[in-house]
Design a protein around this ligand. Structure first.
Ligand code: AMP
Length: 112
């Protein structure tokens, strides 16, 4: 996607603090962190949100969780939250599927 912000980060057209990368996924620091640790886990393949994936993408979706787990393990996180906002009503502002990984402070439930 030519004008997608996160696709542009993947292509290195926009700078980002990348902390992990493999063939399928990128993990980088959120520009407006909401916790001491706040990274975004994204697929390199463009999906607007989880609703744009299908059962055929199950392996890729699993890879994103694996990337999150690797980051958490390497960062020594014993607890963290992994969350995806899907749709404007849920707070999604960037239309490229992404999971927020937040850690380092007490979390509230349910989230607002
Ligand atoms: P959401 O609102 O759930 O769609 O999450 C989008 C996230 O992307 C927000 O937490 C933003 O702070 C973050 N964000 C926006 N632009 C950038 C950027 N250039 N680099 C890193 N994170 C960004």
């Amino acid at each position: 996607m030519a004008d997608c912000l996160f696709c542009r980060i993947i292509r290195r057209e926009i700078p980002a603090q990348i902390v992990q990368e493999d063939e399928h996924a990128l993990v980088f620091r959120d520009i407006q962190p909401q916790a001491p640790t706040h990274v975004l886990v994204i697929p390199k393949k463009h999906f607007g949100s989880l609703l744009d994936t299908s059962d055929a993408d199950a392996v890729l979706l699993g890879r994103l969780q694996a990337a999150a787990r690797r980051f958490a393990a390497e960062a020594g996180l014993s607890s963290f939250r992994l969350v995806a906002n899907n749709g404007r009503g849920a707070g999604q502002s960037v239309d490229h599927l992404h999971y927020h990984l937040l850690a380092g402070r007490a979390m509230q439930w349910p989230p607002g």
